[in-house]
Design a protein around this ligand. Structure first.
Ligand code: GLC
Ligand code: CA
Length: 575
């Protein structure tokens, strides 16, 4: 494996809208981020990924970009962004922006021009299809779906795909007799990557940003850029007559041509870091994606986050147990081996808080949070911390659906109601998975609005901020925050770094219930072992350990190489 500048780094994701508000308008902003750089530096962070802060109507909180060359005034100015890059550089830190190029906003100039002249240059920047006449509709529905499956709703549409955010992916193109494709929200029209002119525009923009000194990009929703052509319908999988996008994506071949071209025309020339939001890749494709000359430097491990998902919707999802969690992590690790580097996460802006999800109900406490942190952080790969994770921030409580902002949660709530759940049960079901859990404002202090803003926060603060906040944790040596600092310091310790960064991962005692343990083997041998339950349990070491590198409790109970682990104890031992 060719060594890269980012291999030994620690990354941190900022959701700008909820990080820190510098001017009291209730919305986090770039000057706010700049004012917290020292906090991040002190934590040990090297790479900062910013969720989108480009100009946007914020229909999907910035993942709907109306100008790739501008910063949304709610987040600041281009000068602020340049200052952020410069201030980060002074501290030896790198800034990543979010690259959202599967789609843009329907308020982007390209889309407006496509509406004005669908047959002109910009019409071909999107997927436009003629609205169907009723004769064509009948013909199509019979040949695409088979007589029994034809459905009056879907047969009026170019295809029967269900948008990730609910409903059909087709929407009327305003002022025309055409429809446009949107895999996500209708305010996020898909860009046509088959069109070389569009690709040129994308590369030009990436290079423009890299020239400003960015460290690289996190690449949004990228598996969706390749569509199976010609676009056609698939067997419906719900009563709405629609089918999951995955039916189409599975059939779409040749994404590598786009991704390889993008790498060569952009990231590679700058030695930039790129991390892909990649789902459903096949094991044999891993070297193409993240091998030495992969399309990306790294890709996220979503194996834990997708566990238990149901084709029916969030309401039907199955909770994850400690044994499942272990299995998911080890599966991902085994699949990647030393082909490349995964980026490991406990949560992000699309997921509930990891401590609320992966720690059994009722057991979420400082010790179990630290255990989860260590088990995840010591995996092979690049650790990504999502804002507030270092404090052990938890899911929020929604008292009514009115509290919800996220479009995806609102859609899933409707799905749950349609499936017959009562409003109370539907709210409870979607609260567990709501993306808003991670989007509540960062908890800085125990003061008003958790010190996030002096105004009215755009999304309600989690009420537990009086007990969970950065200020209190900074001065408490036993806080979750200080435990994260120790984990980061260990990763950077010259004595152990080589092993933690490049060492192989070998699971051990895999069948022991509610126990997750693995070796990291490099020039040192480390053992990471976590007791994933509140009851005590024992493990028998093959030999005496040399040194305790990290322990989330004060003691270690060991005799004759038998270690009695207390509830949620985690140890990192040098063997
Ligand atoms: C990615 C983002 C998510 C967004 C979607 C559409 O999954 O992480 O927040 O809604 O893409 O851009
Ligand atoms: Ca602000």
């Amino acid at each position: 494996m060719i060594k890269k500048w980012w291999h030994d780094k620690v990354a941190y994701q900022i959701y700008p809208k909820s990080f820190y508000d510098s001017n009291g308008d209730g919305i986090g902003d770039i000057p706010g981020i700049i004012s917290k750089l020292d906090y991040l530096k002190d934590l040990g962070v090297d790479i900062i990924w910013l969720s989108p802060c480009y100009q946007s109507p914020l229909a999907d909180q910035g993942y709907d970009i109306s100008d790739y060359y501008n910063i949304d005034p709610r987040f600041g100015t281009m000068e602020d962004m340049e200052q952020l890059i410069a201030e980060a550089k002074k501290r030896n830190m790198y800034i990543l922006m979010d690259l959202v190029v599967n789609h843009c906003s329907d308020e982007h100039e390209w889309f407006r021009k496509a509406c004005e002249n669908p047959d002109g240059k910009y019409g071909n920047f999107f997927y436009l299809r003629d609205k169907k006449s009723s004769g064509a509709r009948l013909q199509d529905s019979l040949c695409e779906l088979g007589e029994n499956e034809s459905n009056s709703y879907t047969s009026e549409l170019p295809t029967n795909w269900r948008s990730y955010f609910g409903g059909s992916v087709w929407e009327d193109l305003p002022g025309t007799d055409k429809q446009y494709l949107h895999l996500f929200h209708k305010k996020q029209p898909d860009l046509n990557w088959e069109n070389p002119e569009l690709r040129e525009e994308v590369y030009k923009n990436i290079n423009w940003w890299l020239d400003k000194g960015l460290g690289g990009f996190r690449i949004d929703a990228i598996i969706n850029i390749k569509k199976a052509l010609p676009l056609h319908s698939y067997a419906p999988d719900r009563e709405d007559g629609l089918c999951s996008i995955y039916a189409m994506l599975e059939e779409a071949k040749g994404i590598g041509e786009f991704l390889g071209e993008m790498r060569d025309r952009t990231f590679k020339k700058y030695d930039a870091f790129s991390v892909g939001e990649v789902f459903n890749e096949k094991p044999e494709e891993l070297p193409d994606f993240i091998g030495d000359n992969g399309y990306f430097s790294s890709m996220f491990d979503f194996n834990e986050t997708i566990f238990g998902g149901s084709a029916k919707g969030w309401y039907d999802a199955k909770p994850i147990t400690p044994d499942d969690y272990k299995k998911c992590c080890f599966e991902a690790q085994a699949k990647v081996g030393d082909i490349g580097f995964l980026s490991n996460i406990i949560e992000n802006h699309d997921e509930p808080r990891g401590v609320s999800r992966y720690i059994p109900e009722g057991d979420c406490c400082t010790e179990s949070k630290k255990m989860l942190a260590a088990l995840n952080f010591m995996l092979r790969g690049l650790p990504f911390i999502y804002q507030g994770q270092e404090l052990g921030m938890e899911n929020t409580t929604f008292t009514s659906i009115e509290d919800v902002d996220d479009i995806s949660t609102l859609n899933e709530y409707q799905i749950a109601l349609n499936a017959g759940l009562t409003p109370t049960a539907a709210l409870e079901a979607v609260s567990k998975f709501s993306r808003d859990n991670a989007r509540t404002p960062m908890q800085w202090t125990d003061g008003i609005n958790a010190g996030f803003t002096t105004g009215t926060p755009w999304l309600k603060v989690n009420q537990n901020y009086t007990s969970i906040n950065a200020e209190a944790q900074l001065t408490d040596p036993d806080s979750v925050l200080n435990f994260y600092k120790k984990l980061i310091a260990l990763r950077k310790d010259p004595v152990y770094s080589e092993t933690i960064v490049y060492g192989a991962l070998e699971p051990v005692w895999e069948d022991q219930h509610n126990l997750m343990a693995y070796y990291r083997k490099g020039d040192k041998t480390l053992l990471v072992v976590g007791n994933y339950q509140k009851e005590v349990q024992e493990v028998a070491l093959p030999s005496a350990y040399k040194k305790v590198l990290l322990n989330n409790l004060e003691d270690i109970a060991s005799e004759n190489n038998i270690i009695r682990l207390y509830g949620y104890q985690v140890l990192i031992l040098e063997m």
